[in-house]
Design a protein around this ligand. Structure first.
Ligand code: SAM
Ligand code: SF4
Ligand code: SF4
Length: 352
């Protein structure tokens, strides 16, 4: 798509449950240099695992074309993810192509990136210069031995923390930090990590606690490994009293709180214990160019075939419109009712 200059739709595009389309998450690679057990356990993703061949991945121009079509349909937030997105070659070029798009409000879309932070120190300046607006870095523990056990490839936590320093120096901030909390694995790190974040970055970092989810079929998820977000909040509140903040935008996944002493903000993503499907405005594009209406979907919609088959911009936009209008997914709400699909896409194919 050469431009995205359609007139503003009178109302946002709505899915079958009346949810507006706002947010496109783009996985740029299925590869990762970590083997977090909750996402790509080493037992399954071993050295013999075959990642997707490069020729099968969407090329950056193809990704930008899909993004342009979505922006013309009302999407104003793009998030790059993976796998580990910083492993994908030429990422700043893709960011620059996305930053050249214009939303219906006439502005560049908000462009965010979720990363494990290992390659940030080297890449943050180029990403910033290309137009990346926001960063989220995953950090599951402060204790180095535990951090190395969780990533399962021996990367020290200092490498990630230094990457966050470098990203702040490059002009990003506040930066969001994601901690996936697993009961009995890293829940004793909640307060130490929060203390470190407060002391080192203050209001320039927002630590968010994510409930361990049953994404994919390889992470051996059990409900008793989930520490509910309310319990995480109580532990923090006992240490530093917290006050609730209003949501900034509809469809926000994190509930926001601030430290009463002015020490900054934290967020709680209760994807398991308080499902937020009712206003989920996110669509996901895999590195293969398949489209998913839900993190827990089993079937993707093959956009790559459409793109490589010569579809026009108008045909692409009509296809995406029909996809969103038919969307009915609400997996997290159904999980409680025992309606768990057997096949679910793995997290590293479609990102978080
Ligand atoms: N590799 C990058 C990273 O780790 O930040 C981006 C991709 S990763 C799939 C995106 C986010 O999903 C990360 O914050 C990660 O911690 C989170 N995540 C992965 N598996 C998860 C699970 N089973 N439950 C909850 N969050 C998960
Ligand atoms: Fe890699 Fe991110 Fe998955 Fe960890 S959570 S294995 S860093 S993609
Ligand atoms: Fe959205 Fe699916 Fe998650 Fe519900 S389960 S919030 S529909 S991604």
């Amino acid at each position: 798509m050469t431009g995205n200059t359609l007139a503003a739709p009178p109302t946002p595009l709505r899915d079958a449950r009346g949810r507006a389309l706002r947010d496109l998450r783009i996985s740029v690679t299925d590869r990762c240099n970590f083997r977090c057990g909750y996402c790509m356990p080493k037992s399954v993703f071993s050295q013999t695992h075959r990642f997707l061949p490069h020729a099968d991945l969407l090329r950056h121009e193809e990704t930008a074309r899909v993004a342009a079509a979505f922006v013309s349909l009302g999407v104003h937030k793009l998030r790059l993810t993976g796998g580990e997105p910083l492993l994908r070659k030429g990422l700043p070029e893709l960011v620059a192509q996305l930053a050249a798009l214009r939303t219906h409000a006439g502005r560049a879309p908000d462009i965010a990136l979720t990363t494990n932070g290992t390659l940030l120190a080297r890449q943050a300046p180029a990403l910033r210069a290309a137009g990346l607006t926001r960063l989220t870095v995953s950090v599951d523990a402060l204790d180095d031995a535990l951090f190395q056990r969780i990533n399962d490839v021996g990367v020290p936590v200092a490498q990630v923390l230094d990457g966050i320093d470098a990203a702040l120096a490059a002009g990003f901030g506040p930066i969001k930090l994601n901690m996936v909390v697993q009961r009995g694995v890293n829940d004793h790190e909640i307060v130490p990590l929060a203390a470190h974040v407060r002391a080192r970055w203050g209001t320039q970092a927002v630590l968010r606690f994510i409930e361990f989810m049953d994404v994919g079929t390889t992470n051996g998820w059990r409900m008793d490994q989930v520490l509910p977000a309310d319990a995480v909040r109580e532990r923090l509140h006992a240490q530093w009293p917290l006050e609730p903040l209003d949501a900034q935008a509809p469809g926000e996944t994190a509930r926001r709180w601030r430290y009463a002493d002015g020490g900054g903000e934290v967020g709680f993503i209760a994807s398991v214990t308080r499902a937020f499907c009712h206003d989920c405005n996110r669509v996901r594009l895999s590195a293969l160019g398949r489209l998913y209406g839900c993190l827990f979907a089993s079937q993707g919609n093959d956009l790559r075939a459409l793109l490589r088959g010569g579809a026009s911009d108008a045909e692409l936009a009509a296809h995406l419109t029909a996809f969103w209008q038919a969307r009915d997914d609400r997996y997290s709400e159904l999980r409680g009712q025992g309606q768990v699909p057997e096949q679910r896409i793995e997290m590293h194919y479609i990102g978080g």
